[in-house]
Design a protein around this ligand. Sequence first.
Ligand code: AQP
Length: 317
Amino acid sequence: MRIFSGIQPTGRKHLGNYIGAITQYVAGQDRGEAIYCIVDLHATTVPYEPADLREKTYDTAAILLAARLDPARCIFFRQGDVPEHTELTWLLCSVTSWGELNRMHQFKDKAGAQRELVSAGLFLYPVLQAADVLAYRADEVPVGDDQRQHIELMRDIAGRFNARFGDTLVVPEHRIPAVGARIMDLQEPARKMSTTGGSEQGTVYVLDEPKAIEKKVKSAVTDSGSEVVRGPDKPGISNLIEILSVVRGVPMEAIEAEFASARYGEFKAAVADAITGYLAPVRERYAAIRADEAALEATLEAGAAKARAIAAATLAD
Ligand code: AQP
């Protein structure tokens, strides 16, 4: 089985990215032929500074390697190094409708947030994402819940391409985790934890120091009740229960049972402790990996050569 996923070089990856995507990437290395890329071209769909983007690409690569992506067991590269992605994007445009792209939630949200220019790239973002996956004929795409609509579109694009031009592309399945697919902002638990749309205080970053994590979790918005149970009227507590369940690797019911007679303060302290312990190994490994840019560049270049061999064969077909 072939697995493919991409992640944006936003540099400061957060707990949602880590739980929803990065841990799945790491596990994918044991489940099949895993291919992961840092999607620098996707990052150009909103305003960016070239030098900053280059730095953030290294930051993101270092986070993924610190999280235990192993270039010996997966193909790990930078999207912009493999021109087949953009070439396939154009070919896929012929089987993608304007109406479909116009219905994408992410486009509507991000277009609405732009002050000056809503780029055509932002509109075509899901087609480039489809090309990323389809160029490798991947069977499975590990992502968080926010990417569900884009994966559905990519499946439609692949199916339409095959119907029109003959069986060429693999129609991929998404792999969205049952728990942790949508980690919510700690300050605004009705919206997902996000790089661009969230609150600074409600976003736990993978590289946050323990003190910062503690402060953010302890000030997380909760409801006026006192019971540590999930419920539609308790989005803040439900989010913390879900986070603790993933971090500890136990069912959410077990968390509710353990904290049945605890107060919110005690529960939040346990959540902060657990997140700190969970992310600490990544933060500790990060500094040394990030310091060696030549090694990062060599890793990404070697990955791109392997990726290109696969993508070029698809393009030739
Ligand atoms: N809150 C989340 N919970 C679970 N998974 C999430 N993902 C994103 N947010 C959550 C998943 O992380 C992967 C990488 O996403 P990306 O490449 O879009 O990176 P990003 O731009 O840093 O992520 P954001 O936070 O989603 O950015 P915004 O909100 O600015 O667009 C994806 O698999 C995604 O599902």
